[in-house]
Design a protein around this ligand. Structure first.
Ligand code: NAD
Length: 494
């Protein structure tokens, strides 16, 4: 049972070096960079700046750890599961410290960081339970031949993650790769590295052999570029922007045709019909669009409201959004924290300006909140048209844009008119409408009368330019394994 939450804004930073071969070490160059607290703009940590030489070092030990006969490859499937369960136990024992680090690094309210750390434990335990449930097939064949398939871990996996849900993303990507029997080199986002390094310490304490997990901090793209181009990396598990996802795919093709899973950007439509439970729709949509300051890949950032309830719904939505408390992660009752850094702050503010210039009506917010910390007011636009920049692009900030629609066919056509296809949601009491919408919408996940229901056992993937490959659920382990076919001649009848 997890201990009660204990918010601490003065959490000590214990791990600030690279984690290679189960040791914390300085970068080969000796260079460092600084990490800033997005709520205070104050220095949070001085971290090691890895480069391609450190990547080579980490890939080499990960490769050694993957060799057949190594301590890692010699473990039974269930022993691998026990190690992952031990890691989950240790995350649970350190839940407060991890949640505090998450809030300091990312700025999200402590209670949300705490909840996400509990989710991380569930992800690790789920994949711990998958290690001994990986099966091949026996295939019927003509004649005296036995044909069967086995699943084998793909090899060294480069895990590259963004900064918006650091502990959640790392926990499932890491535990998926380890459950499949791979070894890994992790590249956390430069803005949120602290919990990745903290997990390195727990990996060692759990008893994972040296080289199985390696973690490299780096400001800028150098480590990501080196990993994706590396000829001895067999797979990249990437979550981030569509722009960088394309570069990852290109690097994989140019280097060694490594396998790639891409979880990318989104601009997800939420559709509310006249017959919907309005309070339910208001709750889910307002929370999901403003949580993590709008920096959620599957946030419902295009809101379509049917004409019969449009005025009433929009008025209530604005009322709810105007009451959202914005502030630092350790302040009471805060729901929305800061943008991750000054670059994203400026980027979101510039999208708001573009929206105004192109003729959308800003009916709430639209400005920076306060002068210290990268906060932006919850912002709502109406009178938005389908061809505006704010309709097409992922803004990645606390900005909702609202459209009016009349019919199901119309809203499906307009909702599909976007390059992304990550998630979508529909609010209606009519099962037929919900099923028709779900069938026609181009998205990897559809939520009906809810939003953001994710679990370790539920597959998640992006359609169109939102990604490639699937994560979560036991079947997604296929993306981390090769299938081998063995043919055995059983009788000699020639
Ligand atoms: P980003 O693409 O800029 O960076 C992601 C990671 O890639 C970082 O660790 C970064 O250092 C690294 N990177 C940068 N350049 C690289 C290169 N050339 N080669 C290899 N790696 C490189 O994304 P971000 O700004 O950190 O995160 C926000 C984006 O992530 C949004 O678009 C959001 O929708 C997306 N996201 C998607 C999901 C999903 O599941 N689909 C989940 C979370 C976030």
């Amino acid at each position: 049972m997890a201990p009660p939450p204990e918010p601490r804004s003065n959490q000590r930073i214990k791990f600030d070096q690279l984690f290679i071969n189960n040791e914390f070490v300085n970068s080969v160059s000796g260079e460092t960079y600084t990490s800033v607290n997005p709520s205070t703009e104050k220095l949070l940590a001085v971290l090691q700046q890895a480069n391609e030489v450190d990547v080579d070092k980490a890939v080499k030990v990960a490769r050694d750890a993957f060799e057949v006969g190594s301590p890692w490859r010699s473990l039974t499937d269930s022993a691998r599961g026990l190690l992952l369960n031990k890691l989950a136990d240790l995350i649970e024992e350190n839940v407060n410290e991890i949640a505090n680090l998450e809030s300091l690094d990312n700025g999200k309210p402590f209670i949300q960081s705490y909840g996400q750390t509990l989710e991380a434990i569930k992800f690790v335990r789920y994949f711990a339970g998958c290690t001994d449930k990986i099966h091949g097939k026996t295939i019927s064949s003509d004649g005296g031949v036995l044909v069967y398939t086995t699943k084998e871990p793909v090899g060294v996996v480069g895990i590259i993650i963004p900064w918006n849900y650091p502990i959640v993303l790392l926990s499932f990507k890491l535990s998926m790769a380890l459950a499949a029997g791979c070894t890994v080199v992790v590249k956390p986002a430069e803005q949120t590295t602290l919990n990745a390094l903290f997990l390195g310490h727990l990996i060692k304490e759990a008893g994972f052999p040296p080289g199985v997990v390696n973690i490299l901090s780096c400001s800028g793209p150098a480590v990501g570029i080196a990993l994706t181009h590396h000829k001895d990396v067999d797979k990249i598990s990437f979550t981030g922007s569509t722009m960088v996802g394309k570069l990852v795919l290109e690097a994989a093709a140019k280097s060694n045709l490594k396998k790639v899973t891409l979880e990318l950007g989104g601009k997800s439509p939420a559709v509310v019909f006249n017959d919907a439970d309005l309070d339910l729709a208001l709750k889910y949509i307002s929370q999901s669009v403003f949580v993590t300051a709008g920096q959620t890949c599957f946030a419902p950032t295009r809101l379509y409201v049917q004409s019969g309830i449009y005025d009433k719904f929009v008025q209530k939505f604005i009322e709810i959004a105007s009451k959202i408390k914005v502030g630092g992660p350790f302040e009471a009752d805060v729901f929305q924290g800061p943008q991750i850094d000054s670059v994203f702050l400026e980027r979101v503010l510039s999208y708001i300006e573009i929206g105004k210039k192109e003729g959308a009506k800003c009916v709430l917010g639209g400005k920076r909140h306060g002068s210290v910390g990268y906060f932006i007011e919850p912002t709502v636009f109406t009178e938005v048209t389908d061809d505006m920049t704010i309709t097409k692009d992922e803004i990645f900030g606390p900005v909702e844009i609202i459209f009016k629609f009349d019919t199901l066919d119309e809203v499906i056509r307009r909702a599909n008119n976007n390059k992304y296809g990550l998630a979508a949601g529909v609010f209606t009491e009519n099962l037929n409408t919900a099923v028709q919408f779900s069938k026609a919408i181009q998205a990897g996940t559809v939520w009906v009368n809810q939003w953001a229901n994710l679990s370790p056992q539920t597959p998640f993937s992006g359609h169109k330019m939102s990604g490639m490959g699937t994560e979560l659920g036991i079947d997604s382990l296929d993306g981390l394994m090769n299938t081998k076919v063995t043919n055995i001649r059983l009788s000699s009848d020639e």
